[in-house]
Design a protein around this ligand. Structure first.
Ligand code: PLP
Length: 409
């Protein structure tokens, strides 16, 4: 019989969302008249903006005419979108890159999951705890970790992010080859300032490490000293790869479009000591394994950078930012300490009275009919914390917030 990739057997079942679904279903069955509101979803509730929909329609019409029909496109993305990204997200922030360092894809999830295959299996990986689970699980699948014992995989460097360090991990004491950083962060909703990020870039330059920087929530940044791109930090173009997405920026969670920036200065080394450009390797990987994002979707993404597209998407983001403020103020009224929400659509609260994450989940569901996500589901350091998201509609968010404000502990 064909042998399995044993590393897959090390993976922990993703019980988090299935357990939540089971608990919610049981509650609804027992209380059919109650309206349960979810502040647990990581998906958006607002539709695509008109400028994007119009661009989609126009591109569909082009696809129906022989003169403008398009088949396979460039694997790395059409020049019109790469140029729009370059101008809109980098040149306008004073960052110099070239369009061939930008790779358009169908999602930050797939890119951040696939990127690790460019590194040796012996690569030492560091990641934040709590963490977006994709970074962790894809390294488990690739065989870079030991087995799972007492809540942790062997051979990984965990970077604890708790209230004690303001959710900004300390630099590892040991050597890390690859460091995953997510800022603004899912799940903690906090973001690294330019000075904090500079320390990571300096560490990476000193250690010849590579930073995989996920800034899927960049559009939610409000604070002046929080950079929108890691390339605002001097030296980052030698050590960092940046992942961005149209999912939470422009409601593309179902439409699928994202991009990854791989500067030509980022290098890895062969056994013989030859330096190899990561940009060339990623190009090779993408042209071999990926056939590009649909033309119509790339035209839709391009429309996000038009004057109307910008105004309209910013209005949607402002709606979610307002939701975050509504949630934060309700938590304050309930006497609960909460973090995040200022530069991200996530609020990370400290469970009161020493409740564990799941006990808080049960209380919120049973007494407030509100659903959120237990922090422990994102890693051992998430125990005693709880995530709420700002992605529901303003009406339901307000309703949920009123219930949260009345909770007694
Ligand atoms: N990165 C982070 C930190 C996320 O939270 C998410 C989605 O929840 C993604 C990436 C996935 O983005 P995409 O929809 O582009 O695959």
């Amino acid at each position: 019989m064909t042998a399995v990739n044993e590393h897959y057997l090390k993976l922990q079942g993703s019980y988090l969302f299935s357990t939540i679904a089971k608990k919610v279903a049981a509650y609804k069955e027992a209380h059919p008249k109650e309206q349960v509101i979810s502040l647990g979803i990581g998906d958006v509730s607002q539709p695509l903006v008109p400028a994007v929909v119009e661009a989609l329609h126009r591109a569909c019409d082009e696809m129906g005419k022989a003169e403008t029909f398009r088949g396979y496109g460039p694997e790395q993305g059409y020049a019109f979108l790469r140029e729009a990204i370059l101008q809109g997200d980098y040149v306008s922030y004073g960052i110099e890159l070239s369009a061939d360092e930008i790779f358009v894809s169908d999602g930050a999830k797939s890119d951040v999951a696939n990127f690790q295959e460019l590194f040796s299996v012996s690569t030492k990986v560091a990641l934040q705890d709590p963490v977006y689970p994709v970074y962790l699980d894809t390294n488990v699948m690739a065989g870079r970790t030991g087995t799972y014992q007492n809540g942790r995989y062997g051979n990984l460097i965990y970077l604890p992010c708790t209230a004690e360090n303001n959710f900004a991990a300390a630099l590892p004491k040991e050597h890390a080859d690859v460091i995953y950083l997510c800022s603004p962060n899912n799940p903690t909703g906090t973001a690294l300032t330019k000075a904090q990020l500079q320390r990571w870039v300096d560490y990476a330059r000193e250690h010849n490490s590579i930073i995989l920087y996920d800034s899927a929530y960049e559009a939610y940044i409000t604070q002046e000293d929080v950079p929108h791109s890691i390339y605002e930090v001097p030296g980052a173009k030698q050590v960092a790869v940046e992942f961005r997405s149209f999912s939470k920026t422009a409601g593309f969670t179902g439409t699928r479009c994202a991009y990854t920036v791989v500067p030509k200065g980022v290098q890895v080394t062969s056994k013989e000591g030859t330096k190899i450009s990561l940009q060339q390797l990623w190009l090779r990987r993408q042209t071999t394994k990926f056939n590009g994002v649909p033309y119509i979707v790339q035209r839709a993404a391009e429309a996000v950078y038009s004057p109307q597209g910008r105004t309209q998407t910013q209005a949607v983001i402002a709606t979610y930012q307002q939701n975050a403020q509504v949630i934060l103020s309700a938590l304050r009224q309930a006497g609960i300490t909460a973090y995040g929400g200022e530069n991200a659509p996530y609020i990370w609260l400290k469970t009161p009275k020493g409740l564990d994450s799941w006990s808080f989940f049960d209380k919120l569901l049973n007494e407030g009919q509100v659903v959120g996500t237990p922090g422990v589901g994102f890693g051992a350091c998430g125990e005693g914390y709880f995530r709420l998201t700002a992605f529901n509609t303003p009406e339901l968010t307000r309703k949920a917030a009123e219930r949260v404000a009345k909770l007694q502990f």
